[in-house]
Structures are given as C-alpha cells and as structure tokens.
Design a protein around this ligand. Structure first.
Ligand SMILES: [Zn+2]
Ligand SMILES: [Zn+2]
Length: 137
C-alpha cells in the first residue's frame, strides 16, 4: 500500500478523540500567530479538509473553546491535546498535523502569519512565508 493513497487517521494523546479522514489534504501549512502559539505551546501546523469528510470513532472528551469572534478551537478535555480550528461558517476544518497517525506521507507547504512569530526561533527551511493568511493571493 503506498503512503500517498492511504487514508489518514488521528487522535489525541489519551484516545478520547479519534478520527478518520476520507480525503487527503494537499499538505501541512504552519501558523505562527499568537493564538496558535498559546493553544499549541508553539507554532500551529495544520491540514485543511472538508468537515463532512471527517468521521469520529471517538469524541467523548472533545471540547470546544471559542478563541475569537470568528472561530472555535477543539481540544481534548481529558489529556489537553490541541486538535482543531473551526472557522465560523466555513465548510472546512483545520486539523493539527501532529495529531495524525504516522506515517502521513505529507510535507509542509508554507508558513502563515509569520508577522506574529515568537522571537525564540527562526524559520530556516526556505519555504514560502506569508505575513498574514497563508493562502497565496
Ligand atoms: Zn485526550
Ligand atoms: Zn494561528
């Protein structure tokens, strides 16, 4: 079975949240904004998939926090794993790449919100950087 075609799955540290993805994302996009820094303890690294392609095998401990007036963030209320970013009115969901089961076969594509980057690290991988949203214009 090739890594490219394999369905992705993931979950939190304790297993209270487990999910399966019917669709493979293009890759991983990082977010260096201050909210992701607090939520993840460092940068955010996300895949984006349509919400209706995500199936939950377990969600008993899934909790949501309204982190801004445009989005909620999903996490495990038992083990504290940071898992999801869900924008209001969007048909897609962003999933923390670190929650995916290995191997993912994915690569990192670009960096977003680098204007909000913390001062204790540098971005040195040569990938494209966007000051705000990581969506290319
Ligand atoms: Zn958990
Ligand atoms: Zn962010």
């Amino acid at each position: 079975m090739s890594g490219q075609g394999r369905a992705l799955s993931g979950g939190c540290l304790c297993g209270g949240v487990r999910f399966l993805l019917a669709e493979r994302p293009d890759g991983v996009v990082t977010c260096h904004c201050g909210q992701c820094r607090r939520f993840h303890g460092h940068i955010g690294a996300y895949i984006t998939v349509p919400r209706d392609t995500v199936t939950f095998d377990a969600d008993a401990t899934l909790s949501w926090y309204r982190s801004s007036d445009i989005a909620e963030r999903g996490f495990c209320g038992r083990c504290g794993s940071s898992l999801f970013w869900k924008g209001d009115g969007k048909s897609e969901i962003e999933i923390a790449a670190g929650s995916l089961d290995q191997p993912t076969g994915l690569t990192t594509l670009r960096h977003g919100y680098v204007a909000g980057k913390a001062d204790y690290y540098e971005i040195t991988d040569g990938l494209e950087q966007f000051p705000a949203s990581s969506e290319p214009e």
